[in-house]
Ligand binder design. Structure first.
Ligand SMILES: [Zn+2]
Ligand SMILES: [Zn+2]
Length: 249
């Protein structure tokens, strides 16, 4: 399993983009979230219109799904034929189609490829080909599903937004890599994760590697020295940047 970070920032971060990652496993690609800035970064690295199989949407905040209209427009322009499969919470179809209609009225009828929607409730799981998608509720201001993605060889946890709930500790237990939002350094903002909270989760859930993402831009700037210290102390903690990849072998 390979993880390519397309963005690692929060909603308003113009330097690091919206948090999103492209997962490759057995020639299958899964995009985790698709915020405002994600399509440009995705297509800068993708020239094959049929290269993406799945899109996971954690929740319906713009920095996690408002990139979908552009993703679909560009695939159409490139001549995509293959169905594109979406996995996420209930309302996934409705929200996606509303966003598409607002962005490009009437465009949905012109789409040259089918859109397939798979919805899962928190705690549910879904097997699609060799991939198991399992959702879990987190503490966020909008209903958000954390995702445990299991390809049969590796287990990856992606938080979307929100503080981990006790269920997250259970679900992510022993996973190979967690991509977790760490908006602030300490738990100071309700409904968001933090660096210290992520480290506690890593310990409790015995997570092997932790990538800190969705960091508030002031925290990233003001805590630069603390981040440097943290990375030295914890070699299994990563502070990825856009374009970086992590390979799980
Ligand atoms: Zn959010
Ligand atoms: Zn967000």
């Amino acid at each position: 399993m390979e993880v390519l970070f397309l963005g690692v920032g929060e909603a308003c971060d113009s330097h690091h983009g919206n948090t999103s990652a492209l997962i490759t496993t057995r020639n299958c690609k899964i995009l985790l979230d698709c915020g405002f800035s994600v399509p440009h970064r995705f297509f800068a690295r993708c020239e094959d219109p049929d290269c993406l199989e799945y899109v996971w949407i954690s929740h319906f905040h713009g920095d996690h799904f408002f990139g979908l209209p552009l993703l679909l427009l560009r695939f159409w322009e490139m001549g995509r034929n293959r169905p594109l499969q979406f996995v996420g919470r209930q309302e996934l179809r409705e929200k996606t189609m509303s966003a598409l209609e607002l962005a490009y009225p009437g465009f949905a009828e012109k789409l040259s490829f089918p859109l397939l929607f798979h919805t899962i409730q928190a705690q549910d799981s879904l097997q699609l080909e060799h991939l198991k998608f399992q959702g879990i509720r987190t503490d966020h201001s909008q209903p958000n599903s954390g995702l445990l993605l299991d390809d049969g060889n590796h287990r990856l946890y992606y938080s979307g937004d929100g503080r981990p709930t006790p269920g997250v500790i259970e679900l992510a237990h022993g996973c190979d890599l967690a991509l977790h939002e760490a908006f602030t350094w300490e738990d100071s903002i309700p409904n968001h994760g933090s660096v210290t909270g992520c480290l506690q989760l890593m310990e409790k859930a015995e997570i092997k590697q932790l990538a800190l993402v969705h960091i508030e831009r002031k925290t990233r700037k003001n805590r630069q020295q603390d981040f440097e210290k943290l990375l030295k102390q914890h070699p299994d903690v990563l502070l990825p940047t856009e374009g970086e990849t992590v390979c799980l072998e």
